[in-house]
Ligand binder design. Sequence first.
Ligand SMILES: [Zn+2]
Ligand SMILES: [Zn+2]
Length: 419
Amino acid sequence: MIRRTTLSLLLLTAVALVYGFITVIILPGQTAEAAGGKVTDPLGVAPQRYAYFPGTEELGRDEIRLIACGTGMPSARRSQAATCFLVELGNGDKLLFDIGSGSHANLQGLMIPADFLTKIFLTHLHTDHWGDLTSLWAGGWTAGRTGPLQVWGPSGAREDMGTAYAVKNMLKAYNWDYMTRAAIINPAPGEIKVTEFDYKGVNEVIYQENGVTIRSWPAIHAGDGPISFSLEWNGYKVVIGGDTAPNKWFLEYAKDADLAVHEAFMTSKTFVEKYGQPPQLAARINLTFHTSAQAFGKIMSTVRPRHAVAYHFFNDEDTRYQVYEGIRETYDGPLSMADDNMVWNITRDKITERMVISPDDAWDVPGPNRPLPPDRSRKSEYTKFTLEGRFDTSDVDGVWLKSFMEEYGLTEEDLKGGE
Ligand SMILES: [Zn+2]
Ligand SMILES: [Zn+2]
């Protein structure tokens, strides 16, 4: 048996040499992910194992891709947006878990048509977990989304602390944005449908569609309302933990997770020395409404997921190792220290961690649906007062407009609507 294997390897190498290149020979026990492979031909192509270039890999029918579009803190910084995880399933579903401030830009870098990004699940209503809902709402609308957004989020202890109240009043605050876009583009994508579920629900199903079951359980964070989610599909289980102090529900219901995401906060010392917070608050942060690195490790040692993901810390050279070492005091299993644009592919036999390489200058990508025509029944949001201030440039605009209308077959009627 050994002889036959050796002979085959020799033959394979000989064949490869004849063709002028050496392919990467994977021996039993090795995995292709462990190495990028050699490039021996100056005209050759480098095998790419470390990076994910959005839009270049088909997702397997039995595979999950999870992308961190935000992993940081409420304080804005260019290198790390606030919490957002995109779950892509082999059945075609794309589900967003939180959409914290700044994360929409990372999401846009993935160049996914707006019509595929309509379902958002919120763990709680701090801005670092839903601050960019406005950006996705308006940006997706101008990008050609053809229907409403759908948001699932927890209730609160009072009506004014729940997701329905938050989204309804967000839309009220953005009334001018809504009314003007509705008049000019089309009102349908400006709607947000909210499904508010009971924050007290313990492992209760809050969503079931297309073979996907999402459950929630309570979290302990700053007040009543926050929750964590689990997603089950095709025999897989992915857990997205919202902000929380260590809680008994996570220990019980995150069990059997293929991948479990949970917050791990920076050390209290870091909060004093780099964040400028008083020591009293810095200690309480890690004890009462967030989770310390050591506690994260203890939680994962109990849950024992196939792969654990820590997030919600500034992932800098001088802060990540303190969090990492704290976790390693209490957990020795597979671990990712999440950063923005980290991507995990989950299959039956392996979970890989890579980084997304996406353009800073991403444009909206058209999807399968034609953008909606303007709703001509809507009234203009101008009054005569503003319109009378118009400076006539029709002589110069008429030049480019004539050829533009010819090129795209437009009529005078096409130029009317809302303005
Ligand atoms: Zn929070
Ligand atoms: Zn947070």
